[in-house]
Design a protein around this ligand. Sequence first.
Ligand code: NAD
Ligand code: UDP
Length: 317
Amino acid sequence: MNSMRVLITGAAGFLGSHLCEKFLEQGAEVIGIDNFITGSPENIAHLLENPKFHFIKYNVVNFIYIPGKIDIILHFASPASPKDYLRHPIHTMKVDSIGTLNTLGLAKEKRARYVLASTSEVYGDPLEHPQKETYWGNVNPVGARSVYDEAKRFAEALTMAYFREHKIDVRIVRIFNTYGERMRIDDGRVIPSFMTKAIKGEDLEIYGDGTQTRSLCYVKDLIDAILKIATHNGIEGEIFNAGNPEEISILELAKIIIRLTNSKSKIVFKERMEDDPRRRCPDITKIKNILGWEPKIKLMDGLKITIEWFRKKLGSQ
Ligand code: NAD
Ligand code: UDP
C-alpha cells in the first residue's frame, strides 16, 4: 500500500482517527479532512508529525478540491451519536447528502475507489431479525431520527447512482454500534455515557425499560473490517454489514458496566427516545463469506479495555 493515497473525511472523529492510523500503518499516504463539529484535534494530534499524514480543516459540504491523485476515498464525516445529530439536524442532513455528493464527485474526478460509512440506522426499528443486507428497513421518514436515517439512506442511493451511472468502484458499509478509545466523553452514546457515570459514581440513565438491544463491536475489529472492504478487489457496488452479533439488552449492559467498574452507581429509568430501535443485531454472514472477517474481541474484553481508557481520560481532566 506504499504508493496509495487515501482521503478520509471525518478524520478527527472516533472512527475516522482510527482509520487514519490504520492506513498510515499500512504505509499509505493519508489526507484527513474534518471541520471538528463533533470530532476533536486531540484525536489526530499524534499523527501530525507523520510526514505521510496531511490534515485539512474543512467542511465537506463545500466543493472539495485536492491536487494530485487519490486512490481511495472513505467518507466518514457525519455526526453519529443521536445526541449529536439531534443537536445538528440540518448539518447532519447536509453532510450526508451534499457532503456525499461532493466526495462522490471527487471520486469521479480522480477515478478513486469510494467507501461510504453507512449505518444500521438505515434499518430503522427493524421488523426482521437479525438484519441482513437485503432487508429494506422500517424507518419513520419524518421522526426526529429521520435526519440521520433518511440522510444515510439518501447517501446510499446516491452512492449506488454513481456506481451505476459513472461506474465508480463504490462499497457501502453499514456499521453497527461500535465503541472504544477516543469516543467523546459527552457524546451521549451508551458506552461513554454509562462508563463515565459508573466511574464517577453517578446514576446510569436508561431511556425506556432497558429491554431494547444493541450489538456492540470493539473499534479495532470494526477498523479491520473497513480496511478489508476498502482494499479487496472485485466487490464494486457491494453492501456489507459490519458489527459484532453479540446482542445484549441495555439494562444488562448497564449492570455489567457497574460490575466491571466496581461502581456504587444506581440505574434510573427515563422516558424512551422517540423511534428508538427495539432490537438491533447484524447478520454478518456476507462479510464473513466474502471477506473472511468476523470480530475477534469479545464484548467483555472490549468493555474492560474501554473502561481503562475512560478512567485515564477522566483522570487527566
Ligand atoms: P464522530 O462524530 O466521532 O466522527 C464524525 C466526524 O465527522 C467528526 O470528527 C466531525 O467533526 C466530522 N464532520 C462532521 N461533519 C463534517 C463536515 N461537514 N465536514 C468535515 N467533517 C465533518 O462519529 P463516528 O462514530 O466516528 O462516526 C463516523 C462515521 O461512521 C459516521 O458517518 C457515522 O454515521 C458512521 N457510523 C458510526 C457508528 C459508530 O458506532 N461509531 C455506527 C454507524 C455508523
Ligand atoms: N441509552 C440509554 N442511556 C444513555 C444512552 C443511551 O438508555 O445514557 C440507550 C438508547 O436509548 C438506545 C441505546 O442505549 O436504546 C443505544 O444508544 P446510543 O445512543 O449508543 O446509540 P443508537 O444505537 O441508539 O444510535
